[in-house]
Design a protein. Structure first.
Length: 432
């Protein structure tokens, strides 16, 4: 994740320095009448410029364009960057609306007749931005969920109105630089990028496929859902990818949610294992029935294994995190690769597709399969993890899907055993 953060940092650094250069080239700091020589006033306005730029970056990320997702390592990482960018926006907005005592001369500036309206709107937008970002960051107070998924979606739709309001604020407010200056043109281009992103997000249906439910069965915790394509168009995912599902004809299930594809076949049939863990997934089998329409968007994600690394791989799954590894097990390449699976569940009766992994272990003698039931065996120990790696192995590729605490524990055990983690791939499943 550090490399993904570094990419984001580089992007924002380029945009920050670029906007600062254009701003400094467009404004004479002497126009500010201030005891500090205009520095604080200069910074205040520049922070507003960068807040608008960062908001545009958020809109660009929300388009889910494949090129952008590839830059950040997949859609799940783009969502993580989107959330991180929200923190940056909040910081910039706080700086921008910090009161400073200075003013600037108006004789050589862009002066607007709508300045008062733009100022009043800016004050309203300040509180809207802070409240929206705070509500999405603070998911829970104690054990109580602060925002349901539906409310969370509404808050993000309100961001569209906020962005349009900020665009007006920028256009109508008095500015310490002239219209047509380099920073003015930079901001106009930024606004165009944001508005095009809004338009694209609102009207693009490029990756939608029509499916229907062909099989559904459920226990207390997990629903198995098999869907089949309607018509000729079908999804062709790679093992480890995920898709967004929505049920447009089912009340309360119209919004799309991401789920890993556990299995896919040549006919386009897709299998999902869905854990009951929220508003959308709870009692899913009670709301869905055979032949119900499903809208599928995807595939997304870059959770692929290295086919020719030459190193053993360690697969680690926690609970419902087994789903991408079910897809891995169905791949032809895994029939010969040297790999081991550590599958951690609360109790053994919760383990999914045990037969699939057992058959793979029979077909491939270099594949090890170990189920740890924490209620019976306790948490996996360093010796348990080390036993899944060949004795002479000093490097390993890790593929992980599960709780963060489990991932950290595994990394600590491997480092203690002096085993180098050459590559560690995992998906970020916190999409809100």
């Amino acid at each position: 994740m550090a490399s993904i953060f570094l990419r984001y940092l580089c992007l924002m650094l380029v945009l920050s320095l670029g906007s600062l250069y254009f701003y400094a080239a467009s404004v004479d700091i002497k126009v500010f009448k201030s005891p500090t020589g205009g520095f604080l006033e200069f910074l205040q306005i520049w922070s507003g410029i960068m807040a608008f730029v960062a908001m545009t970056v958020s809109l660009l990320l929300s388009t889910k364009l494949r090129l952008i997702n590839n830059v950040f390592g997949g859609l799940d990482k783009s969502y993580w960057i989107h959330k991180l960018n929200g923190y940056f926006i909040a910081l910039l907005v706080l700086i921008h609306f910090t009161k400073v005592s200075g003013t600037f001369e108006k004789n050589e500036l862009f002066v607007s007749t709508l300045h008062r309206e733009a100022t009043n709107l800016g004050n309203i937008l300040f509180w809207m931005i802070i409240i929206l970002i705070a509500a999405t960051i603070i998911k829970k107070i104690g054990k109580k969920t602060l925002l349901s998924y539906g409310a969370w979606k509404i808050s993000h739709k309100l961001f569209i109105a906020v962005y349009l309001g900020v665009s007006f604020h920028f256009w109508a407010i008095n500015k310490p630089y002239a219209g047509g200056s380099s920073i003015d043109n930079f901001m106009i281009i930024t606004a165009i990028v944001g508005l095009v992103s809004l338009f694209y997000r609102g009207f693009s249906t490029i990756h939608y496929f029509d499916y229907k439910i062909s099989e559904i069965e459920s226990n207390d915790e997990v629903t198995k859902l098999v869907i089949s394509p309607v018509g000729r168009k079908k999804l062709t995912p790679k093992p480890g990818q995920f898709a967004f599902l929505s049920f447009p004809k089912v009340a309360g299930k119209e919004e799309k949610h991401p789920f890993t594809i556990a299995k896919s076949d040549a006919g386009g049939n897709l299998t999902f294992y869905i854990k009951s863990a929220g508003d959308f997934t709870s009692s899913l089998d009670e709301h869905l029935n055979q032949d119900a329409k499903v809208r599928v968007e995807g595939p997304h994600g870059k959770f692929f294994f290295a086919k020719k690394s030459g190193r053993p791989s360690l697969w680690i799954a926690g609970g419902i995190g087994i789903t991408p590894f079910i897809a891995f097990a169905s791949s032809n390449h895994t029939q010969t690769m040297q790999s081991s699976l550590l599958y951690v569940v609360k109790s053994r009766n919760q383990a999914l597709e045990v037969d699939t992994f057992s058959k793979l272990a029979e077909a491939n003698k270099e594949f090890n399969f170990n189920v740890i039931a924490t209620s019976e065996d306790g948490r996996p120990t360093g010796s348990t993890i080390s036993s899944l790696i060949p004795a002479d192995c000093k490097e390993v590729d890790i593929y992980f899907c599960g709780p963060t605490s489990l991932r950290k524990s595994v990394v600590e055990h491997l480092r203690a055993a002096n085993i180098k983690i050459n590559k560690m791939k995992y998906e970020v499943f916190a999409f809100r």
